[in-house]
Design a protein around this ligand. Structure first.
Ligand SMILES: *[C@@H]1O[C@H](CO)[C@@H](O)[C@H](O)[C@H]1NC(C)=O
Ligand SMILES: *[C@@H]1O[C@H](CO)[C@@H](O)[C@H](O)[C@H]1NC(C)=O
Ligand SMILES: *[C@@H]1O[C@H](CO)[C@@H](O)[C@H](O)[C@H]1NC(C)=O
Length: 217
C-alpha cells in the first residue's frame, strides 16, 4: 500500500467514525410539521436564527417550550456546551430577543430561544432544566445537539408521566424543536373531585363548630 492510499483509507475511516457517532437512529429528525409563516409571533426567533445561520454557514437550534401545564414553569440558566444564543444585534432590522428569559413561563405562554454556532466547524449543543411549580417541583430536561456533521438530535427527559405529557413538533428543516407540556385532564379533574368526595364535616373547623353547638344547646 502506498502512503497516499494509506492516508486515504485513514481519512475515510475518520469520516465514517464521525458519521456513526453523530447518527442516533432513535432520535433522527425527519419531520417538518410546523405550519410556518416567516417571522410572525412565536416562530420569529426560529426563522431569524435560521436565516442568520444560512448566511454564515452555521448550525442552529431553536427551542420553543409551550406551557399548558396549569402551573408556572421556570428554568435554571440554560447551558450551552457549544454555540451561543442569538442576540438583539445579530440582525439589523428586527429587534427581537432570542435568548432564554428569566421570568416564569405562564400558562399558554411560549418561551423561545435560539442557539447558533460560535466557532469554525462548531456545532450547537445545550441543555435546559425546567421545573413545573406544582408543589411537587416536577422537573424535566430538554437536550439538543446539532453536530458539525450529521443530523440534529433533540430529546426530552424526566417529565413525570403520571401527571404530564409532551407534544413534540419539529420545523424549519429541523432547526426548530417545539415541546408543549400538557397536564392530563384526569389529573386536573382528580384535584377537583377530591373536594366533592370529602364531606365538609370531616374538616376540623366544622367538627369544632358542630360540637360546640351541641354543648351550648
Ligand atoms: C407565576 O408567575 C407569575 C409571573 O411572574 C407570578 O405573578 C405568579 O405569582 C406565579 N404564580 C405562581 C403560582 O407561582
Ligand atoms: C403555565 O400554565 C398554567 C396553565 O396551563 C398557568 O396557570 C401558569 O400560570 C403558567 N405558568 C406561567 C409561569 O405562566
Ligand atoms: C414525550 O412524548 C413522546 C410521544 O409524543 C413519548 O414517547 C415520550 O416518552 C415523552 N417523553 C417524556 C419524557 O415524557
Amino acid at each position: 500500500m502506498s502512503p497516499k492510499q494509506f492516508t486515504l483509507i485513514i481519512n475515510l475511516f475518520i469520516i465514517l467514525l464521525i458519521l456513526s457517532t453523530s447518527i442516533d437512529s432513535n432520535t433522527l429528525i425527519e419531520r417538518d410539521n410546523i405550519d410556518f409563516t416567516p417571522c410572525t409571533g412565536e416562530f420569529c426567533c426560529a426563522s431569524l436564527a435560521k436565516k442568520i445561520a444560512e448566511k454564515n454557514f452555521a448550525h442552529v437550534a431553536t427551542i420553543a417550550i409551550v406551557n399548558k401545564s396549569g402551573y408556572n414553569i421556570t428554568h435554571l440558566p440554560v447551558t450551552l456546551e457549544d454555540g451561543r444564543f442569538v442576540k438583539h444585534d445579530d440582525h439589523e432590522n428586527i429587534d427581537i430577543n432570542c435568548e432564554p428569559q428569566t421570568e416564569p413561563l405562564v400558562n399558554d405562554q411560549t418561551e423561545t430561544f435560539s442557539s447558533i454556532t460560535s466557532r469554525v466547524f462548531g456545532g450547537v449543543k445545550g441543555i435546559a432544566i425546567f421545573t413545573i411549580n406544582d408543589g411537587g417541583s416536577s422537573t424535566f430536561a430538554l437536550f439538543w445537539n446539532v453536530p458539525t456533521i450529521g443530523p440534529p438530535i433533540y430529546e426530552i427527559e424526566g417529565l413525570p408521566n403520571e401527571r404530564y405529557y409532551n407534544e413534540t413538533k419539529y420545523g424549519l428543516d429541523n432547526t426548530l424543536y417545539q415541546v408543549t407540556i400538557h397536564q392530563y385532564e384526569h389529573v386536573k379533574n382528580a384535584v377537583v373531585n377530591v373536594w366533592f368526595i370529602i364531606p365538609p364535616y370531616f374538616f376540623p373547623p366544622f367538627i369544632i363548630l358542630f360540637v360546640s353547638r351541641i354543648i351550648t344547646v
